[in-house]
Design a binder for this molecule. Structure first.
Ligand code: ADP
Ligand code: ZN
Ligand code: ZN
Length: 675
């Protein structure tokens, strides 16, 4: 008997090992973690099949060194999911599957393995106890959504479309409760874009399901916490798994329902390694395990929306905000503030300044959203035209006034801001444009008696700082909050009645075809921070393009119309979701070398019918951390054809890279989100 084993290495096929003194009659070998020799190393492997024959020469086959019987085998659906993901995203199966295991199982067990397993299991051994918080009484729309989810048998993708505050989370909870009640061993998986920014959700879950073991899985966990949570899920003790994108690979032997909250969020796409989309894999997983999946959003991804329009996904709608039932709609009014028409002082237009003053006078809170940290994005010398650039990247270095530095937000480079222009010696340097720090300063000057707080990555470097700041806002200890994207997510500020959006113009005119989709989602999300407790509230957007149709659609809260227009445009331009993309990127010491490599890669293999290879071009951020970057886009009308062709092509590209000197690093991204 032979075991076919995958390991964390770029190998095209599983490796064959002899079972040695392992009992061959055992039926439970597939899915077991094991230890195998490879060259002179010993590695963790996963047995993915057994067989009577090996294609290898008899003498070349080595023995499995140890089968780890202390942990139950990985379920077959889990193996199928990781295999699919590896094929689809063009990585070796083991390269994807082994890193998805917890740290405890990623390396061959040491002498303290048994003790450490015992300790990790103890963390979640007993079921918690407590009385469930009473569920809210659901609205008719919420009930209809729950009935649809509850009635789904087998694989059923459902798109739950409802604005922020429409009660989607209550629907998820109810649907989860129904599945957990129907089967005492059932497990549910709830995926969210970001856990650290939404501790409220965890608390709400705990209150609602006090008797069911809840574990969280995200990259911020220490190794021990990750082991304990993973094992609790794998061994069926955890009934609810709340996690970020990596949790899509949690082992859940009794999975009964998957929920993906904020399904449009770009952070479901992994930024490195296999660059998988956890949202897309969650749908695949639901299909594989024959369970329903609920994708929820106020602004669904156009991919999901298109599928709902074709009835491939069932659309469930929550058209009103939950607290509105019968009352006045509490959705904020959106107004554009034309920057060409109004006086602007310190980055704030006159009507915005007025609204901030009035909101403070009423004792209500304001949020100023600007998606740019630091004091100013660039420092300039007006005498000679010098601009503060990052020496390692093709971008400007931002000015941080708090510590007097210039910093590159892409590579982390930093230096003291020069006293005089490095080119001409002029000492009169200017900070150009606005970031969160400068707006904070402007707000303090405008509203000297207000309590102003700033939340961005700089203000929250210490682990608990973000939470402390959010708590202060919730407790009403902050009058004006200025922040980046970090403040847009999840939080439900009860006394917030004014939201100001600064500098969205760059995104209104950005060249990336996904920019409008992302901007629409961001605007609706920040707008959703206001007016939750029934306060009359408004959203002011400073812009030079007040007539832009996107802003008009946001003002009408008309996602459907926006999506229809965008999809029509994408269809006529031949863009996703009507075609499929893969992006090959190359990094080299010079741009010419990166382009040359891609040029050769392009010639490696003829395009299959229906496939189109674009010319190699520099990436928009052409130099990053001293490395020059170029990209080559592959387009196909058919997903399957693209996938098959990519496999052959990348084999040739790999060989090409091995022969290229000086070395070029390459990476493939399937379904890239940024081009
Ligand atoms: P979403 O997830 O769509 O943003 P939530 O489920 O968080 O919405 O609901 C927003 C707020 O409205 C929460 O405070 C929630 O408790 C409340 N809520 C939701 N559904 C109802 C309901 N049927 N009746 C009363 N309050 C509700
Ligand atoms: Zn100068
Ligand atoms: Zn840099």
């Amino acid at each position: 008997m032979f075991a076919r084993v995958i390991v964390d290495a770029p190998l095209p096929q599983p490796l064959d090992y002899r079972l040695g003194d392992v009992d061959e009659a055992r039926a439970d070998l597939v899915g077991r973690v094991c230890v195998v020799p490879l060259g002179r190393r010993k590695l963790t492997g996963l047995i993915v099949a057994t067989s009577d024959a090996s294609a290898l020469d008899d003498s070349a086959v080595r023995n499995v060194e140890r089968v780890i019987d202390e942990v139950p085998p990985l379920p077959s659906a889990w193996l199928a999911l990781t295999r699919f993901a590896a094929d689809y995203y063009q990585h070796a199966w083991g390269e994807l599957a082994i890193p998805a295991l917890p740290p405890l199982l990623r390396a061959p067990p040491g002498p303290r393995f048994a003790a450490s397993l015992k300790r990790q299991r103890a963390a979640y051994s007993e079921a918690p106890a407590g009385d469930p918080a009473t569920a809210v009484e659901l609205s008719a729309d919420q009930r209809a959504a729950c009935t649809a989810i509850d009635g789904a048998r087998g694989f059923a993708p459902l798109l739950l479309f409802g604005v922020t505050g429409s009660g989607k989370t209550e629907v998820y909870f109810e649907a989860m409760a129904q599945r957990l009640a129907a089967d005492a061993a059932a497990q549910v998986l709830l995926l969210v874009p970001e856990i650290n920014l939404t501790p409220q959700l965890q608390a709400r879950l705990q209150r609602r399901f006090p008797g069911d073991r809840l574990v969280t899985l995200h990259s911020g966990l220490a190794a021990g916490e990750r082991n304990a949570a993973w094992l609790a899920a794998h061994e069926g003790r955890a009934r609810i798994v709340l996690g970020t994108r990596l949790a899509v690979f949690a082992s859940l032997p009794r999975l009964a329902l998957i929920v993906v909250d904020e399904e449009h969020d770009p952070s479901f796409k992994a930024g490195d390694g296999a660059r998988y989309s956890a949202r897309d894999l969650a749908v695949k997983r639901a299909q594989e395990e024959a369970v329903p999946i609920v994708l929820g959003s106020a602004t669904p991804s156009l991919e999901s929306w298109a599928r709902a329009s074709d009835a491939r996904y069932r659309l469930l709608e929550l058209p009103a905000r939950a607290a509105d039932a019968g009352a006045q709609p509490s959705w904020p009014q959106l107004r554009t503030i034309d920057l060409r028409q109004h006086a602007v002082q310190q980055g704030l237009a006159e009507p915005v300044r007025q609204a901030l003053v009035e909101t403070l006078a009423r004792g209500e809170q304001s949020l100023v959203f600007i998606n740019r940290r630091g004091y100013a994005p660039v420092v300039s010398c007006e005498a000679c035209g010098w601009l503060s650039g990052c020496p390692q990247c093709a971008v400007y270095a931002a000015f941080h006034k708090t510590d007097g530095t210039l910093r590159c937000h892409h590579c982390g480079w930093q230096a003291r801001v020069p006293r005089a222009c490095p080119e001409c010696g002029n000492t009169d340097l200017h900070a150009v444009g606005h970031g969160t720090q400068r707006i904070e300063e402007a707000l303090r000057a405008l509203l000297p008696q207000a309590r102003v707080a700033r939340i961005d990555r700089d203000s929250t470097r210490r682990k608990a700082a973000a939470q402390t700041a959010f708590d202060a806002v919730h407790a009403g200890e902050v009058d004006v909050l200025v922040g980046t994207q970090m403040v847009a997510k999840g939080h439900d500020f009860r006394r917030m009645s004014l939201v100001v959006v600064l500098n969205c113009d760059a995104q209104l005119v950005a060249p990336d075809f996904r920019a409008p989709e992302r901007l629409f989602a961001t605007l609706l999300q920040v707008a959703g921070r206001a007016g939750r407790a029934g306060l009359a509230s408004q959203v002011l957007v400073q812009t030079r393009y007040p007539e832009h149709p996107l802003l008009a659609a946001v003002a009408r809260h008309d996602f459907a119309a926006f999506a229809r227009q965008q999809l029509a445009e994408r269809k006529s331009a031949g863009l996703p979701p009507f075609v499929h993309h893969a992006l090959l990127t190359a990094e080299a010491r010079t741009l010419a070398a990166a382009l040359e490599f891609l040029g050769c890669a392009r010639a490696c293999l003829a395009a299959a019918p229906g496939l189109h290879l674009y010319d190699a071009v520099p990436m928009p951020l052409v130099k990053l951390a001293g490395v020059h970057r170029a990209q080559l886009l592959v387009e196909s009308v058919q997903r399957a054809r693209l996938q098959a062709w990519l496999r052959d092509w990348l084999a040739a590209v790999r060989a090409l890279a091995q022969d290229t000197r000086p070395r070029v690093r390459w990476q493939i991204e399937v379904d890239p989100q940024q081009i």
